[in-house]
Structures are given as structure tokens and as C-alpha cells.
Write a protein that binds this ligand. Structure first.
Ligand SMILES: *Cc1c(COP(=O)(O)O)cnc(C)c1O
Length: 426
């Protein structure tokens, strides 16, 4: 089939008919609108709902005994979920713990791994990072009495969209103690070469950690094989564990035994914790970087959600995700030419994440028009429309429909009736 004839609704339907993962769509509560915002908040699955209800039930029926009895004793639940998530990041089960949130976990990991010594005092990040990562790094620096203006190096983007790996490597001087980077950039969807950057940091005696919020659940990782020192991510985007669900962190086993920068009684060896001793014996696994009592009700949905990731390999999910985003980009190129759009994400399979990043000077108003037309996109200031077709629940037909609707909005200029102002949450 030629490429242009491949861009029909019939072809999209044919791809859906051949899709091995098609049955998973029924596992989710779909919205009346066509949902393309799974990179911000994944949809609720029936299994995630059930695991929350099960958690409520165990509280109802067991009271405090729920910590040690029942189907999933709460005291070991974070470790159980970590074991279930290890394959998502290519780690051993003890190298992951489900705990805290992205920002809290970065604080913990920076408190543990950022050790400015002599002239090796700098941290390398990028100017396109998600703000919370920068705020956390700045405040960690201040706790060391260092001025972030001087010690936090933010690698510049050449085009405002992408960061060149070469530029990051050039910034890895002998004054750098730590590099913290996103796996996938949240706006442009650029996937960094994690393996190459890790090797480059290590050659220079620098530790390196990654923020995996925009890749975990969308892309396979091999953190252990690549030797990544640490990583952290949320579980409410592509992992579909619900708003504010507990996040995760990864620590390479070569660092096991390193004293947690921010300790708490859940850092303990499990069998020692209830000795209630005032000298911490931290466990020798990623579990050491837990702090206090786990948020059971926000951990619960992960169980149901991760069951699905145990059934379907990350490779299969990635293959479908790449198929969906490729189809979307091909449609955009054919259907939306000369309408002022630029595809801002890299086009190559090994350089793009799970979403398509569309730039347009009218992005705010176009997003509002899309919502009115029954499509939920995501806007990032000042000019980005993010469209995330999710392997578990988006169809090729939906991708086809969404581009047709976007085309109609542009032809009719129906976005012009909206105010050019972003919402409080955008
Ligand atoms: C979503 C996201 C966060 C969010 O951090 P929270 O602590 O969960 O609020 C952080 N970093 C990146 C790159 C993100 O995409």
C-alpha cells in the first residue's frame, strides 16, 4: 500500500483490526471525549479501580492488622509494587522502590548523591527541564551553602526544542559532581540517549540520574545495563495509576548501602524497623530511600495498573506507541500542510518519546477549540500542543479522527472565538 493511500480511515481501521493490544482498550474507562492526554494523566482502568476498592476493603475488614495480613500486607506493598515495576525500567527488583513523588524523590536522591567536594561542585541540567527538577536542585544546592547561579549549569538548547547530547557532554567538566537529565523532554518529546550520556558521565567520574516521568510506561529502559546511577518518575502519566499516585525511584545496586540523604524509619531494614532503635540500620536496596509510612491509598491503584504491564511487554507497547505517533505525524504532514504547524519532536524512532509535539502560534486557542470539538489535548506554554496516543487505549482510528477534526478547526478558523489566555491548569 502506498503511503498516501495508507492515510485513510479504512487503513486506520485495518491497523486497529490487526492490533494485538486492542483488547486492553476495554480495560479502561474511556471518556466521552477522545483522550490524547495520557502523558499528563493516564485514564483509569477497571483493574486500578478494583485495587483501590480492595485496599479500602482490607482497611475496613482488618484495621491495623492490614499491615501484616490480608492478600497484600501493607508493610511489604511498596516492595511488591517495586518488583512489579522493575521490568518497566530494566532493573533488578531491589533496585526500585515505589515511594514518594517525583519531586520528593529527586530531593532524596540529590540529598544522597550530590556531594560537592572541592572544585567538583556543579550540577548539570538543561534549560528545557521541567521546573520542579530545577527548583529541587536549586534548593539542594542552597542547603550546601552554594549559589545555584554559579553551580547549577543549565545546558542551552540550540533551537528552543531539543538539547544536543554533545552539548550536555561538553558541559561535563571536572567541576561537575552530578548530572540530572530528563529521559524524554516534556515539551518536545525528545528522547535523550541515556546509554551514551551515562557512559560519558562515568568516563569523567561524574554521577548521573534521570527523570523518567515522560518515558516510564511508554518506552523500554535498561537502567541497570546502562549503569545509570539513579532515576525517579511519577506513575500517573503512562503508568495510569491515577492523580497523585505514589512515584518511584531507582538506585543502581552498586550504590546499595549508601546512607540516605533524607532518612526516616521506613529506610530501615524491614526486620529491624520495629526494634525502634535510635540508630538507623538502613536496608541495602532502593528501599533505603523511603522515608515514612507509605501512602497506601495512593499506592493501591498501581497494583491493578502494573498487572497489565506484566501481561504486555514494554517492547510491544513501544512498538504500538511508535506506530500511533508515526501515523499521526504522517497524517499531520499530509492534512495540515501550510496551516502554520511545526512538528517539534524528533522524527526518528530512537529519538522521540510517546507524544507528538505540535507547535503553532495559536496553540492556546486551538487547544480550546479541540476540547469543544470533543478532543482532549494538552497545552504547554507558549506554543505547544501535545498529543499523546497511548498504546493501551488509543486506536489508529482515533488518531485519524483527531487529525481530521484539527483540520476542520483550522479550515473553519473556529479557534478564533476563544480567548488567547491559558487556563490556571494547562
Ligand atoms: C510530570 C512531571 C513531574 C511532576 O513531578 P511531581 O512531583 O509528580 O509533581 C516532574 N518532572 C517531569 C519531567 C514531569 O513530566
Amino acid at each position: 500500500m502506498s503511503q498516501s493511500s495508507g492515510l485513510t480511515k479504512a487503513y486506520a481501521q485495518q491497523l486497529d483490526a490487526q492490533d494485538e493490544l486492542a483488547s486492553y482498550r476495554e480495560e479502561f474507562y474511556l471518556l466521552p471525549s477522545l483522550y490524547l492526554d495520557g502523558n499528563s494523566l493516564g485514564l483509569m482502568s477497571k483493574r486500578a479501580e478494583k485495587s483501590v476498592m480492595d485496599m479500602m476493603q482490607s482497611w475496613k475488614e482488618l484495621g491495623v492488622e492490614g499491615w501484616t495480613t490480608g492478600r497484600h500486607p501493607w508493610f511489604f506493598f511498596s516492595e511488591k509494587l517495586a518488583e512489579m515495576s522493575a521490568a518497566l525500567v530494566g532493573a533488578g527488583p531491589e533496585e526500585v522502590i515505589v515511594t514518594g513523588s517525583t519531586t520528593i524523590n529527586l530531593h532524596q536522591l540529590a540529598a544522597t548523591f550530590y556531594r560537592p567536594v572541592g572544585k567538583r561542585s556543579k550540577v548539570v541540567a538543561t534549560e528545557l527541564d521541567f521546573p520542579t527538577d530545577i527548583y529541587a536542585l536549586q534548593s539542594q544546592m542552597k542547603l550546601h551553602g552554594l549559589d545555584p547561579e554559579e553551580h547549577l549549569v543549565r545546558v542551552a538548547s540550540r533551537d528552543g526544542r531539543l538539547i544536543e547530547e554533545e552539548d550536555i557532554i561538553d558541559a561535563m567538566t571536572d567541576e561537575v559532581a552530578l548530572v540530572v537529565l530528563p529521559t524524554v523532554l516534556y515539551r518536545s518529546g525528545q528522547l535523550l540517549d541515556i546509554e551514551r550520556l551515562t557512559a560519558a558521565a562515568h568516563e569523567r567520574g561524574i554521577l548521573i540520574g534521570f527523570d523518567g516521568c515522560h518515558s516510564v510506561g511508554a518506552i523500554p529502559h535498561s537502567f541497570s545495563k546502562w549503569g545509570v546511577d539513579f532515576a525517579y518518575w511519577c506513575n500517573y502519566k503512562y503508568v495510569n495509576a491515577g492523580p497523585g499516585s505514589v512515584g518511584s525511584l531507582y538506585v543502581n545496586r552498586k550504590h546499595f548501602g549508601r546512607t540516605p540523604g533524607l532518612a526516616g524509619w521506613f529506610s530501615s531494614k524491614k526486620d529491624k524497623q520495629f526494634d525502634m532503635d535510635h540508630t538507623l540500620e538502613a536496608c541495602e536496596s532502593a528501599g533505603a530511600y523511603q522515608i515514612g509510612t507509605p501512602h497506601m491509598l495512593s499506592l493501591a491503584p498501581l497494583l491493578g495498573s502494573l498487572e497489565m504491564f506484566q501481561e504486555v511487554s514494554m517492547e510491544k507497547l513501544r512498538t504500538k506507541s511508535l506506530g500511533l505517533t508515526r501515523f499521526m505525524m504522517d497524517l499531520i504532514e499530509v492534512e495540515l500542510t501550510d496551516m502554520g504547524f511545526t512538528i517539534a519532536n524528533p522524527q526518528q524512532d530512537d529519538r522521540r518519546g510517546g507524544h507528538v509535539s505540535l507547535e503553532h502560534e495559536e496553540a492556546i486557542r486551538i487547544c480550546k477549540a479541540l476540547k469543544e470539538a470533543g478532543i482532549i489535548p494538552d497545552f504547554r506554554a507558549p506554543n505547544i500542543i501535545r498529543l499523546a496516543p497511548v498504546a493501551f487505549y488509543t486506536t489508529y482510528t482515533e488518531v485519524w479522527e483527531s487529525v481530521q477534526i484539527l483540520k476542520a478547526i483550522m479550515l473553519e478558523k473556529s479557534y478564533e472565538k476563544f480567548e488567547n489566555k491559558r487556563e490556571v491548569v494547562a
